[in-house]
Design a protein around this ligand. Structure first.
Ligand code: CLF
Ligand code: SF4
Length: 493
């Protein structure tokens, strides 16, 4: 769970503060009721919530007021979305209808975000028309917006009027020298301003907007795109300063720059960070800040749980035919939300109790991969997993580290010829993990995983992820497996 802790806790050996990295389950207890209400069912602001609750985006904002070197405007805003993805533009009216249709059909959907395809605050009429209508017609949906921050100070008053409790600002630097390497220009006061001068204005506007939002009690998440050789060594400082200025959560995302996307970085061959570099930076920031590690870099019209996209079920022609009685949908949603929150609270209490009775160990940490389709359970077949969640188990507890995307190798006869290759690629994706937990697994992948030094485990199907990860860790400790390094283990296998 990535929720703020109000008490300082010591750092662990890995540099991760136990309170900020999701290894404790009592963090909700440290929050005021007001903040708890804002985060407990927001799938981006709470790592725990992302197992149960869904979000959706409506792509109503086409224009942008700056240029980033990781964007070429043909695709969705890369500050909040996976590059290379194009969303269908909606009018505010269409967006409202779609949101209510999704909310009625996916009651776990708690948050509507506007995150593109350009910058929402560079399109204030379209963005605020959508928020205004929704706050009146569907008051049970949390409203969320993501911006580059240039137009933010002028929009804070309007944002606070529409009951918007969550704002994301993409802040990649505090230093205009670095900024000039990321932003070739901004459009400001009807003029294009280039280089350091433009970057300086953007940086000032971002920090000003952040402080104004924090003063109004609006929760701010800061996204930063990690660009090796450009801002990677600077982002720990960014994390510290944005926390001082009132940010609630920091999400460091990897740069994705492919030549085929046609962006400046893509064409120039600028590389993104490795998973290890990203984790090291997140860990180094987490002593000062609550870090988000479960971001899926969604698209500007994403629908569903993080990591899934159910947009095809809610295309314009389909929602045209849907009859929505939102009053009765709201009543149903309330019952479902309360049941989920009760389940989450129950699990949190059970974990706290288990932790107290757990024997003290002095063993090394272990990475484990988990196949899940949600609800915080191990409930997915190895061959059906489109991604694995990576957890670290250690004597301090279990913490979520990241997700790693895979390719489906078990998708029917037509892919059989390529199956071996896809499986091999997936196994490479799990590098560094010593165990993979799933509900079921076939003989062939079992064998290949074992050969790669990764132990498959289907014994904890339908169990709570963190409890199962800890149970496997304890078994490894008892059997003496943790007395040797992972490398020694592989050599002996
Ligand atoms: Fe959307 Fe962003 Fe709101 Fe979430 S996404 S506007 S805060 S509701 Fe979440 Fe998606 Fe990552 Fe964004 S996983 S890209 S952080
Ligand atoms: Fe592209 Fe978003 Fe940057 Fe605008 S703010 S240039 S849409 S990545």
């Amino acid at each position: 769970m990535e929720l703020p802790v109000l008490n300082d806790k010591p750092e662990t050996e890995s540099g991760c503060s136990a309170g900020s990295c999701g290894s404790t389950d009592d963090q909700m207890d440290h929050l005021s009721d007001e903040i708890r209400e804002k985060v407990q069912n927001h799938p981006c602001y709470s790592e725990d919530a992302h197992h149960y609750f869904a979000r959706m985006h409506v792509a109503v904002a086409p224009a942008c007021n700056i240029q980033c070197h990781y964007c070429n405007r043909k695709y969705d805003c890369a500050n909040e979305s996976r590059p290379g993805v194009v969303s269908e533009l909606l009018s505010p009216l269409q967006a409202v209808k779609k949101t209510m249709a999704v909310a009625a059909n996916i009651p776990q959907m708690t948050v509507l975000g506007i995150a593109g395809p350009g910058d929402p605050l560079a399109n204030p009429e379209r963005t605020f028309a959508t928020f205004r209508e929704l706050s009146e017609k569907a008051p049970d949906i949390k409203l969320c917006v993501s911006t580059n921050g240039l137009a933010l100070p002028a929009a804070v008053e309007e944002l606070s009027k529409h009951n918007i409790d969550h704002v994301t600002i993409t802040i990649n630097c505090l230093d205009p020298e670095i900024g000039a390497k990321i932003y070739p220009w901004i459009f400001w006061n009807n003029r294009r301003i280039k280089g350091k001068k433009g970057a300086k204005i953007l940086i000032q506007q971002q920090q000003k907007g952040l402080k104004m939002l924090a003063e109004k009690g609006i929760l701010v998440k800061v996204n930063s795109v990690m660009i090796p050789g450009v801002n990677d060594e600077h982002l720990a400082e960014v994390s510290k300063v944005v926390k001082e200025n009132g940010a609630f959560l920091h999400n460091v995302m990897p740069l994705i720059a492919e030549a085929e996307h046609g962006t400046f970085y893509g064409v120039m061959g600028q590389r993104g960070p490795t998973a290890e570099e990203l984790q090291t930076l997140q860990d180094s920031c987490s002593g000062d800040m609550n870090m988000m590690r479960h971001c899926r870099q969604c698209r500007a019209d994403a629908v569903g749980m993080l990591g899934e996209d159910r947009g095809d079920e809610f295309t314009l022609d389909k929602i045209e035919d849907m009859e929505i009685d939102y009053q009765s949908a709201m009543e149903k949603r309330k019952v479902i939300h309360e049941a989920i929150e009760a389940e989450m609270n129950e699990k949190r209490s059970a974990k706290a109790e288990n932790k107290q009775t757990q024997p003290q160990l002095n063993t090394r940490p272990v990475l484990m991969a988990v196949a899940t389709s949600g609800q915080g359970l191990i409930n997915m077949h190895f061959g059906h997993a489109k991604e694995f969640l990576i957890y670290e188990a250690s004597p301090e507890g279990v913490r979520f580290i990241s997700h790693r995307k895979t390719e489906l190798y078990c998708s029917g006869d037509d892919t059989c010829g390529d199956a071996e290759t896809a499986l091999e690629r997936n196994i490479r994706t799990l590098e560094g993990c010593e165990t993979v937990l799933c509900s079921k697994i076939g003989y062939e992948p079992w064998e290949q995983l074992e050969q790669a030094g990764i132990q498959p485990n289907g014994e904890h199907a339908m169990e709570d992820i963190e409890e199962a990860v800890m149970a496997v860790y304890m078994e490894m400790a008892e059997s003496g497996k943790l007395d040797e390094s992972a490398e020694q283990q592989r050599a002996n296998a």
